[in-house]
Design a protein around this ligand. Structure first.
Ligand code: UD1
Length: 429
């Protein structure tokens, strides 16, 4: 199993290209199930989750082609791929695939919308919390699907097709909003989604669906209305830049000091995170090419932050912010409001000498003068990259084990950081 070794202490200087967003790429790929024509996605990141979803979609009958790829060439920019679901050959999404990536559950919406049926394994719990699917079932039932639970599977049937309706979500869910959007696009009549997630990835999916012929208004607000259409077409769509990758590298620069251009990054996708990074003492500036983040030798200031749905501070940057605050000059408070168990990085950061007290959903981080490198264990995607940030700040060597978590969501992380002066390499056994 691969490990990553970091020798901390170097400042970061240079340019880091920002990849296409994992969390946009996944629903966009799933949208290919809605049409028999080809959906072409540009700027698709090269990630383990994308490769896994490709397999899952292949199982349903989606044909996948990569444009202009030469053998042995590692692309610097994302790939352009064509996804064609000429015929859906299987409406079952089996446990062994869905259990490996929760987002694959989202095939439920398009499969029922196009085929009138689907049998999708429940994703089960995962490391960061119970993550139920009640909102998805509520949405599909509102659209007229009959839902049964059978041996760990959701069995949904709408033999005469879905029909538009009001879907009032009790809480904000990104995945349930994606699923409802895709299903309602092919339902008969009008759907109104209330309490919709406002995340930029929802807007990206809606924009792609609109190119495919869907009639959607209000994406990016809490109310989305959709006029169902009989069929959708193929389209060409470019995946938006990854705001979580952007925020992660911005925090890495704030952590080590230095001057880095995050090329291709879009500031409007993560204003709340930049406000926090700025109040911690880094300078953030928009340029024609992206976002420039700088910090000179000044001490880091502590912050008080609560995670929240967009446009609030993203839960997917909570662990990275905590790593940064381990070296602040004072006491920070970080409260997690989205997932009930998203603090597994705390005990690993403590191995490097961090001082963090947990009280329910609130972490109190008392900045320390130095962190010291140690072996640590990656526990989930975002937690693992917080250990990378801590390792970059620590004295000596940090070895991050279980790097496969990182490979799910960060493209060429070691190359991007070492090009800016970090001492980081991958150890393959
Ligand atoms: C997506 C992101 C993930 C991010 C999360 C929150 C992808 C691939 N993943 O995950 O990186 O951390 O949004 O921004 O885009 N909930 C219910 N019932 C449901 C569905 C959700 O109670 O049926 C709850 C969840 O337990 C959680 C909250 O809603 O507490 C938000 O989860 P949700 O937005 O659904 O997360 P994902 O879409 O899985």
């Amino acid at each position: 199993m691969d490990r990553i070794r970091i020798t901390g202490g170097n400042r970061l200087n240079g340019t880091i290209p920002i990849s296409g967003a994992k969390n946009a790429a996944l629903p966009l790929m799933i949208a290919s199930l809605l049409t028999e024509q080809t959906l072409t996605l540009e700027n698709l990141p090269n990630l383990a989750d994308v490769a896994l979803l490709k397999r899952i979609l292949g199982n349903h009958g989606v044909d996948y082609t990569v444009s202009g790829k030469r053998a042995g060439v590692v692309r610097q920019a994302g790939e352009t791929v064509g996804l064609t679901a000429r015929a859906i050959v299987d409406t079952t999404a089996p446990y062994d695939l869905v259990s490996r990536m929760r987002a694959s559950f989202w095939v439920l919406g398009p499969l029922v919308a196009r085929m009138g049926e689907a049998r999708v394994s429940l994703p089960g719990g995962c490391a960061i919390g119970t993550r139920p699917v009640d909102y998805f079932l509520l949405a599909m039932e509102a659209l007229g699907a009959d839902i049964q639970l059978d041996s760990g599977y959701v069995v949904a049937a709408a033999p005469r097709g879905l029909r538009g309706n009001r879907i009032a979500f009790p809480g904000v869910s990104v995945g349930a909003t994606h699923t409802a959007l895709m299903a309602a696009s092919l339902a008969r009549g009008e759907t109104l989604i209330e309490n919709a997630a406002r995340e930029p990835e929802v807007v990206d999916l809606a924009n792609c669906l609109i190119k495919m012929g869907a009639r959607i208004e209000g994406a990016g607000t809490t109310q989305i209305s959709i006029q169902g259409v009989d069929r959708l077409n193929g389209a060409i769509h470019s995946v938006l830049p990854d705001r979580i990758e952007t925020g992660t590298y911005a925090m890495a620069v704030a952590a080590t000091g230095g001057d880095v251009l995050l090329s291709g990054a879009q500031p409007d996708l993560l204003q709340s995170a930049f406000d926090v990074i700025t109040s911690a003492g880094a300078e953030v500036e928009q340029t024609n090419e992206g976002i420039r983040v700088r910090r000179n030798g000044a001490a880091l200031a502590p912050v008080d932050v609560e995670t929240a749905p967009f446009p609030g501070f993203p839960t997917d940057l909570q662990a990275q912010l905590m790593a940064l605050m381990t070296r602040a000059d004072g006491v920070s408070h970080i409260t997690e409001t989205i997932f009930e168990n998203r603090f597994m990085h705390v005990q690993e950061l403590a191995r490097l000498g961090a001082d963090i007290q947990l009280d329910g959903q609130k972490a109190t981080v008392t900045g320390v003068g130095t962190l010291k490198g140690a072996p640590v264990m990656a526990t989930d995607l975002r937690a693992s990259v917080s250990l990378i940030i801590a390792g970059l700040m620590a004295e000596g060597d940090t070895i991050v084990n279980r790097v496969y978590h990182l490979d799910r969501g960060f493209e060429r992380l070691e190359q991007k950081l070492s090009a800016c002066g970090a001492q980081i390499d991958r150890l393959s056994d």
